[in-house]
Design a protein around this ligand. Structure first.
Ligand SMILES: C[S@@+](CC[C@H](N)C(=O)[O-])C[C@H]1O[C@@H](n2cnc3c(N)ncnc32)[C@H](O)[C@@H]1O
Length: 215
C-alpha cells in the first residue's frame, strides 16, 4: 500500500472516530492512583484514533513499540489490527520496550491488559539508549515514543529501522511538540521512504509522523 492510499483509507476513519474504537477505554486496566492519570483520555480519541485506524488499514501481524507506558497506543494498534476484516488474530506478535522511568511498574499493567486481550506480548523493561539492536524482526508497524530528546529519538528510529519487514511502517510521536520534525524527516529521506505529518488535536501540537512503506 502506498502512503496516499493509506491516508485515503484512514483519514475518514480518524475524523469520524473509527467504529468500534473508544479511546476512553484505553485506560480501563489501570488501577488505584494510576487512574488519576487517565482522565485526559477523554480527549484522546482524536489522537489514538490514528493508531487504531492505521493498524486497521495495514493489518499488521507484528507490532512493536519503544515507549509503552500504560500501553494505550499499543492497545489501540492491537485492537485496530484485530478488528480489520482478515486482520491479525492468533498470529499477532507484539513487542514493547520501556525503561519505566515515567511510571515505575507500568509494564505490569500492560502485561495484565494484554493477557486479558489474549495477546502474547513480550514487554521488556530496559533503556533502549543502551541497546544497539532490539530482538525483533519482520515488524510491520513500529511506534517510536520513548525518550523524546533529539539525539535519543534518532537512536530509537535507527533501532526501529533495523527491525522492519519490507513494506513496514513507522509512526513517531510528539514530533512537533518536541521539535523532532527535522530528525524524523531526515530519517525518511535517508531511507528513501515517503513521509507525512499527521494532525492531532489532543493538546494542540503533539503531532504524529508516519513513514512507509519501508523498502
Ligand atoms: C510518552 S510515554 C509513552 C506513551 C505510550 N506510547 C502511549 O501512548 O500510551 C514515553 C515512555 O517512554 C519511556 N522511556 C523514556 N526514555 C526511555 C528509554 N531511554 N528507554 C526506554 N523507554 C524510555 C518512558 O518510561 C515512558 O513510559
Amino acid at each position: 500500500m502506498t502512503l496516499p492510499d493509506l491516508l485515503a483509507r484512514t483519514w475518514t476513519n480518524w475524523l469520524a472516530l473509527p467504529e468500534g474504537f473508544d479511546g476512553r477505554l484505553l485506560g480501563e486496566d489501570m488501577q488505584g492512583t494510576d487512574r488519576a492519570d487517565f482522565r485526559w483520555l477523554d480527549s484522546a480519541p482524536t489522537y489514538y484514533g490514528w493508531y487504531y485506524a492505521l493498524a486497521h488499514a495495514l493489518r499488521p501481524t507484528h507490532i512493536a513499540e519503544i515507549g509503552v507506558r500504560y500501553g494505550y497506543s499499543l492497545k489501540a494498534m492491537v485492537e485496530g489490527s484485530r478488528a480489520a476484516p482478515n486482520g491479525a488474530h492468533e498470529r499477532l506478535v507484539v513487542k514493547g520496550w520501556d525503561n519505566e522511568s515515567y511510571v515505575p511498574g507500568c509494564l505490569e499493567v500492560v502485561r495484565r491488559m494484554m493477557a486479558r486481550l489474549q495477546v502474547d506480548a513480550m514487554l521488556y523493561s530496559l533503556n533502549t539508549q543502551g541497546m544497539d539492536r532490539l530482538p525483533a524482526k519482520n515488524v510491520d508497524l513500529f511506534h517510536v515514543d520513548g525518550d523524546h530528546g533529539p539525539v535519543a529519538f534518532l537512536h530509537d528510529m535507527a533501532l526501529a529501522r533495523q527491525c522492519m519487514a519490507p513494506g513496514g511502517w513507522i509512526i513517531g510521536d510528539d514530533i512537533q511538540a518536541c521539535g523532532l520534525e527535522g530528525g524524523a524527516r531526515s530519517c525518511a529521506q535517508q531511507w528513501g521512504v515517503p513521509y507525512v505529518d499527521l494532525p492531532t488535536f489532543s493538546n494542540g501540537r503533539n503531532g504524529l509522523c508516519l513513514m512507509g512503506p519501508l523498502p
